[in-house]
Design a binder for this molecule. Sequence first.
Ligand code: FEO
Length: 397
Amino acid sequence: MEAVKISEHVYWVGAIDWNIRDFHGYSTKRGTTYNAYLVMGEKPTLIDTVKKEFYGEMMERIQSVIDPKKIKIIISNHSEMDHSGALPQAVNYIQPEEVYVSDMGFKDITAQFHCDLKLKTVKTGDRIDVGGDTISFVEARMLHWPDSMFSYLEKENVLFTNDVFGMHYATSKLFDDENEERLWLYEAEKYYANIVLPYSDIVLRFLGQVQKMGLSPRMIAPDHGFIWRKDPSKIISLYAKWASQAPKNKAIVVYDTMWGSTEKMANYITDGLRAGGTEVKQLSMHSNHRSDVATELLDSSALLIGSPVLNSQIFPAMADVLCYLKGLRKKGLVGAAFGSYGWNGSPVDELTKTLESMNVEVVAPAVKSLFVPDEKVKQACRDLGLAVSKKLAEKVK
Ligand code: FEO
């Protein structure tokens, strides 16, 4: 397996995971890549490694450029296992002179591997000589882990950003200009929605800080997906847009159903939303993955949730998606709950409390249906859709 030259002294030596379909609960329908980079200065430097199962692939790619034992420096920008899993094996084999991490990276890597990798810590503004060029560091705390860090190869003007600006997208085409936007845009948005969204305020602050530092990389090299060489500003603008979470007249209706009653309610709510002029997506948890629901939520400003009652609880698939969405902390949502029941309707009311715990502005009490919705319930559902629509229209004015 061969390395790919991406700029004068930089090679991609990562791995492509074509067939991964579940990335800690996130559905990766297009697989992913674990990007590692080799900087061929007088002190050859490896930036990030790969998931441990891909250690051999990374080493083979390095070997196509240089004997790995000649690597002098390893930098770990992020300690999550998909980038650090191969680090202990790589350090043991290569025996580099230096292994650089952030302060939090030191803590995380030590707690993950329980061995002495002779780590040295660096912080924002620190610079190291890699022989013929310099790498400077910018800590990017909570983008998306406390340890996250960027490395900047100064003369070549390449910014290595670990997870940030990446996407789960397996491709043999390493650059933005080689990949079709209609294929990658959803994956980039999905990555933001599922990984970065909770840290949107930090994204906005960080983008401002990078601008103040005068960093204008000609190439952005993340640890997943492809490398931005034609237009790095494109993904920066998308991040600024997604992080702003500007109100939009769009709603999602997320539900599960047992014998079709809650689905009927969802249909009438959707009809009300449409009648009120709101763009709407109706998402059954029978047919949609939680991470795709999260993606739809990214550019929505209303969340309606519906569940039948099973053994005096909400449906398990709804508990799953609500737990997941709560963690993503989407801002500025309005919403409401609905659901059907047989003899105990209180779990449907609990859904309203769940929305409140997610800081969703609840527009109306939950609409409940005793078994199959009658005409009165259908009208109440339609009215709920209209009420949410009216609220949304006020927000986007
Ligand atoms: Fe791709 Fe946070 O690891």
